[in-house]
Design a protein around this ligand. Structure first.
Ligand code: KIV
Ligand code: ZN
Length: 398
């Protein structure tokens, strides 16, 4: 690699699994029409890969994959469409049928490689596990554009066996090697070291990409994904609003905005159209009936809202004082200065100006400010309507 290449940030592929791992979580399942709506929004977001279901899981899932493949899979800018599959012929055939109409398709074949998964789920010794992985990938090769292999529970897998399993998958024809932290167990330091080791030492053809897939059981899915990127991962698997099994998956909007905000730190970027983030997040909330919490990073209602007087004063002077990203970058028209009991005179004046009431004399303004503070003590937020009422009452008193 030349010096100039090293200076260039790498472009990381964004693999969205909102419609598979995301909808697997209780309270988030979606029907075909709902998945189609989301799939259109994800295409506009320009994700690289869209995992749209698990074809063998149910006839409904297969139908949704087929509908998305038929409606979106042939469009010129369609992302790669993907179905999950166990290492079984029936699953591979179901995925092939469901993804049939897509121009570019990926089979995501997974197999638990930790001692726990080998014993409790597969009841297999390691050599039989390797043979099963190899057979399934060889069976699938050529029936899809690409094959991705996931060593489920990789972060609790014996590292020597993990390497063997990944090398076996690559030799059989896998194009992407995914190393999932299935139960959100790892730490940034640990996953960084693992990816640095795997990318340096696993024998595989040049085109093979390493992928990271992290769950949020200890609240570290995004930090772990970013650490894996620094360790050499070329693909991040994630979901809108971080939905997914148990505490969820790595949140797409967080990882993408971290890369956009700190490209020099992570030495990586993504091709995501970030101005679509807010729209997709809101659509997912509407479709599933689960809006993200107010304080959710990037897309929560408070992510670009300021109530405290000192912060409002700072943001009015120069918004970079308390904002590291622009709301416009995620598709929000502006930040919000919320008026409440912590707000000060600068914010009240700014809001009055926005309401066309900037010409109040000093005495009237001071009286209004006192009325506003009294009202703010009785409610969470003072709205524009409240201010208009205060102005009207004040006007009647004059
Ligand atoms: O968390 C996980 O291990 C998964 C695999 C199927 C990739 O979702
Ligand atoms: Zn998962």
């Amino acid at each position: 690699m030349s010096h100039t290449d090293e200076a260039q940030p790498r472009q990381i592929a964004i693999f969205d699994t909102s419609l598979r791992d995301g909808e697997q979580a209780p309270g988030f399942s979606m029907n075909t029409a709902q998945k189609l709506k989301l799939a259109h929004a994800l295409r506009k977001l320009k994700v690289d890969v869209m995992e749209v279901g698990f074809a063998a899981a149910s006839p409904g899932d297969a139908e949704a994959i087929h509908a998305i493949a038929s409606e979106i899979g042939y469009l010129p800018d369609a992302p790669m469409l993907c179905s999950l599959s166990r290492a079984m012929e029936g699953d591979i055939v179901a995925a092939e049928r469901a993804l049939g109409p897509a121009k570019r398709s990926r089979l995501h074949l997974f197999f638990g490689t930790s001692d726990l998964h080998l014993a409790a789920k597969h009841r297999m010794e390691k050599p039989e596990a390797l043979a099963t992985i190899e057979r399934a990938i060889r069976m699938a090769k050529g029936r899809f554009t690409e094959i991705e292999f996931s060593a489920e529970d990789a972060l609790r897998t014996d590292p020597a066996f993990l390497k063997e399993a990944l090398e076996c998958a690559a030799a059989a024809g896998a194009d992407v090697l995914n190393v999932p932290d299935t139960v959100g167990y790892t730490s940034p330091e640990e996953i960084y070291a693992l990816f640095a080791d795997l990318t340096a030492n696993v024998a595989r053809p040049d085109h093979v990409v390493f992928s990271t897939h992290n769950h949020n059981d200890l609240g570290m899915a995004v930090a772990n994904s970013l650490a894996a990127v620094r360790g050499g991962a070329g693909q991040v698997e994630c979901t809108i609003n971080g939905i997914g099994e148990r505490a969820g998956n790595c949140a797409l909007e967080e990882v993408v905005m971290a890369l956009k905000t700190r490209p020099d730190h992570y030495r990586a970027t993504s091709g995501v159209e970030t101005r679509e983030i807010f729209a997709v997040s809101r659509l997912l909330g509407e479709v599933t009936g689960n809006a993200p919490p107010r304080n959710k990073a990037i897309v929560g209602r408070n992510a670009f809202a300021h109530e405290a007087g000192i912060h409002q004063h700072g943001v009015l002077a120069d918004r970079r004082t308390y904002e590291i990203m622009s709301p416009e970058d995620i598709g929000l028209p502006s930040n919000a200065l919320v008026l409440g009991k912590h707000s000060g005179k600068h914010a009240l004046r700014a809001r009055l100006e926005a309401l066309g009431q900037g010409e109040l004399g000093d005495n009237r303004f001071e009286k209004l400010y006192a009325d506003f503070k009294r009202l703010a003590d009785t409610r969470r937020e003072v709205t524009d309507n409240d201010l208009c009422d205060l102005l009207a009452e004040d006007g009647r008193g004059h």
